[in-house]
Design a protein. Sequence first.
Length: 266
Amino acid sequence: MRNLVVPIGLTIFLILASFHPIGKKNFAVTKIVIDPGHGGKDPGTLGSYTKEKDVALQVALKVGEYVNQHVPDVKVIFTRKDDNFIDLKKRSQIANDHDADLFVSIHANSLPKSTPISRKQSIKGSEVYVMGVQNTERALEVAKRENSVILLEEDYQKNYDFDPQSEESYILFNLTQSAYQDNSLLLASLIDDQLKNRAGRRSYGVKQSSLYVMWSTAMPSVLVEIGYLSNPDEEKELNNPEVQSYIASGIYRAIKEYKDAFDAQN
């Protein structure tokens, strides 16, 4: 029997046709929120000479630029466009207040300082997260690190009902993103495919993690870790404007592919 090869566009259409999302009647994309991770007093992860907040902002601005240029009917909203500190809760609030159709948060990874140099040199590549409670050990580590920005906020005990450093808190983490899970997974898969096959990044795939910034958004949401600042070669690449453009183009193309697929249904 011959293998049946199904074009990716048809595959996406068949997947979309099986979705029964809750809350919104359709998932047409007219507004997206792009969220450069960290900022201001929160540098994020650190390389030998790079702060996560800087490369995340540079790539995020390029994604927004591509969307504005090539999909002008989609409004782009940024949670920040400069080196400002934005509360974690406010990032999702911006998306909810604008009734956005997609939320894309952009970050950069790093291994702990205590990691042996040989391992730092071997670990590089991108990974895309959706909200979920199926935390692997590594995904939980990422969630704790990204959620720990809460501790930098004033009166954080009053504004949040969980401790970002407590494993027990993650066990009790409610999955309110379930209504958008399928759509988030689709967008994440498209981004992962673009970064791997078009931008040439090593891929660690799509994962679930209990990330607060996505937990409280009322739309499909993803968090993209564009690479490892702890890897000397990748740190250099992530500071290269041409590489940043490849990564941003991959994220933009995935957003457009997602939009086009839903436009075809309406």
